[in-house]
Design a binder for this molecule. Structure first.
Ligand code: AHG
Ligand code: MN
Ligand code: MN
Length: 344
């Protein structure tokens, strides 16, 4: 614990996100600073989105009260706003060569002359169904190194497996705004102090608790589940005093928020295949900008992420940008246990 004049150091006098990024850059003398630059630009985008998310509620109230003078931007759908904020900031930062967003069908090129050496895949606003009802939403990001030779980035640069990510993380717009990220050296959480516009280290070196407290799944789909999913969820609900089961059910419907809670308090999240969405045979969540970045974070925090047929999420070779994947993610022991249910 950092000490300050013999007392616990106030968080505001502690480590800012920029200092943390610079400190970790210093540990790699060969680093050019490009990844640090990329993350710094992304953090600016996160602050802008956070401010807008906070204002959105207020705008709505004012809107109902007589549609007073709301800034043009606020009436924009928030997920479109988040998408264009990230896109516009990153396309001319010089650190990224190509991007992919949940909101865009095709790859997003960067401006001519600004091609950098990383790719960025992002879900600009995760948890859309919660946007209008003041429940936590988030932004997810995933960074890879450019692997093709040309000047411009291509889809091939984006279609790399999760184990090759150089950075991944999310911003959660919750009761406070937090940024949680990893560059492969643990997972660190920062909380935004909106009064000074700075992220301060609040959760250093996060480890997912070994014992789960929660399970998170949309149980309304029980009737559409395959037997293995039903049996696995029953296991999570079994009474077992040694493990602390049955776990409590928590399901927000924002992957970021559900994942964040389980990361801090211990738990398993699953979005398996089901028989409901025949047009989405692989479940709902997307590999590149939802499952893979969360899988990197959970692994760095001591947990595990698998598909519902036991494949390691981080080892899946993506074939297309918006590829979906069934996801089971959380504390290692319970996710490992899923293997025995989904094996046969
Ligand atoms: P998005 O808002 O980016 O489309 O993602 C929503 C996702 C994810 O955040 C959440 O876990 C899941 O959809 C919830 O889906 P159900 O409503 O089917 O449970
Ligand atoms: Mn999403
Ligand atoms: Mn989204």
């Amino acid at each position: 614990m950092t000490q300050y004049k013999g007392k616990k150091m106030p968080k505001r006098l502690g480590v800012t996100i920029s200092r943390q990024i610079m400190d970790s850059q210093r540990l790699h003398p060969q680093a050019t600073g490009d990844l640090s630059g990329l993350l710094s630009e992304l953090i600016v985008a996160a602050k802008i989105i956070s401010a807008e998310v906070n204002m959105a509620g207020l705008a709505d109230i004012l809107g109902h009260a007589g549609k007073t003078n709301i800034q043009g931007e606020i009436v924009q759908k928030l997920d479109e706003f988040a998408n264009s904020t990230i896109k516009r900031r990153m396309e001319q930062c010089g650190y990224v060569c190509v991007m992919a967003s949940e909101e865009e069908e095709e790859i997003i090129p960067v401006l001519d002359g600004y091609e950098g050496k990383y790719t960025l895949a992002f879900d600009p606003l995760d948890g859309s169904s919660n946007i209008d009802v003041n429940v936590s939403i988030g932004t997810i990001f995933s960074v890879h190194r450019k692997v093709t030779g040309g000047k411009r980035g291509t889809a091939e640069d984006l279609l790399q497996k999760g184990s090759l990510q150089v950075a991944a993380g999310y911003i959660i717009y919750g009761s406070s705004t937090m940024l949680v990220y990893s560059t492969g050296e643990g997972v660190h959480g920062f909380t935004l102090d909106p009064s000074v516009g700075e992220f301060f280290l609040s959760h250093p070196d996060i480890r997912i608790p070994e014992r789960a407290k929660y399970y998170s799944v949309n149980e309304a789909y029980t009737n559409y589940w395959f037997d293995a999913t039903r049996r696995y969820v029953s296991y999570l609900k079994e009474i077992d005093h040694e493990s602390g089961r049955p776990y409590s059910l928590r399901y927000i419907g924002s992957l970021v928020a559900d994942f964040h809670r389980n990361l801090i308090s211990g738990g398993v999240f699953l979005y398996p295949r089901d028989k409901k969405n025949t047009d989405k045979p692989e479940g709902k969540l997307r590999l590149l900008y939802e499952a893979a970045p969360m899988a990197m974070l959970v692994k760095e925090a001591g947990g595990l992420a698998l598909t519902d047929d036991g494949r390691d999420i981080l080892e899946i070779e993506p074939t297309h940008l918006h590829q979906r994947v069934p996801l089971i993610i959380g504390n290692r022991k319970d996710v490992e246990m899923a293997r025995s249910f989904f094996a046969g």
